[in-house]
Design a protein around this ligand. Structure first.
Ligand code: TMP
Ligand code: ASP
Length: 242
């Protein structure tokens, strides 16, 4: 295994920093101790939250890799950092919904909690100035951020990911309500699942109590950041029980 040398900061987002390394094809992703919601409107320092998210997303990506899904994840380097294939992120958030919640519930005036007979896919244009608007395939192709062929490939992969992780979480008594994923293209133009999968990017409900096991109660002001930390710990604990 070659030794990774962390070099300059490549980019910084709300919860992660990306560093270039001595290998031009690999980056180091650092998870910050930052809890944000509502597109950064709520922003809090939360001690050691980066450790939890780094560990949770590592476990999920390792599992997806083992199931044959091509991801950017190579290996965990330390508590807060992981080594990943360098990709150009496609500026689209792919959302999968198994149960009605969140923005879909508000936008369509339907009650949260209705199970969908088949998953609903939505795409959002990653653009801070425009506040990540909901778009459709034709808008995305018009914007020249993706082709119809790539969209079709990604919807296929996304559907597989949903099947795999829905079952994975259910075995841990966690209902996967919805989630957001992102994809990138490596130097050979391979499409890789990138970014992260964590309680920051998913809605989880406890199978027995239906209690929310994600940051939704923080988004709505029902819970303080410290309580969110305990919830994330609970998710990690369940993932570690096989
Ligand atoms: P939504 O109901 O707010 O559209 O969110 C759907 C799912 O996507 C939910 O699990 C949270 C996740 N998500 C993100 O990870 N980042 C975002 O910026 C948004 C809007 C949603
Ligand atoms: N908009 C997202 C959310 O509310 C992400 C964020 O602001 O961190 O979860």
């Amino acid at each position: 295994m070659s030794c990774t040398i962390k070099k300059d900061l490549l980019s910084e987002g709300k919860t992660k920093k990306i560093y270039i390394t001595n290998n031009p094809l690999e980056v180091l992703i650092h998870h910050k101790d930052c809890l944000t919601a509502l597109d950064g409107v709520k922003k809090n320092f939360l001690q050691d939250k980066g450790i939890l998210n780094n560990e949770i997303t590592t476990l999920i990506f390792q599992f997806l890799n083992s199931c044959g899904i091509q991801t950017h994840f190579i290996r965990k380097i330390n508590n807060r950092e992981q080594l990943c294939h360098r990709v150009n992120i496609i500026p689209i958030e792919f959302v999968v919904r198994n149960i009605v919640a969140g923005s879909m519930s508000k936008r369509l005036g339907v009650k949260e909690g209705i199970s969908l007979s088949s998953p609903i896919f939505e795409i959002f244009y990653k653009n801070d100035k425009l506040k990540d608007p909901l778009i459709n395939d034709h808008h995305a192709v018009f914007l020249e951020i993706i082709s119809y062929e790539e969209l079709s490939t990604i919807y296929n992969i996304t559907s597989k990911i949903n099947h795999i992780i829905k079952k994975f979480f259910l075995e841990k008594n966690i209902i996967l309500v919805d989630f957001k994923i992102e994809f990138g293209k490596d130097y050979k133009n391979n499409i890789l699942l990138s970014d992260e999968i964590s309680p920051d990017t998913c809605r989880f409900w406890d199978k027995k109590t239906m209690k929310k096991l994600d940051k939704d109660p923080f988004r709505t002001g029902l819970k303080e950041k410290e309580e969110v930390f305990d919830i994330y710990m609970e998710i990690l604990k369940r993932l570690n029980v096989s």
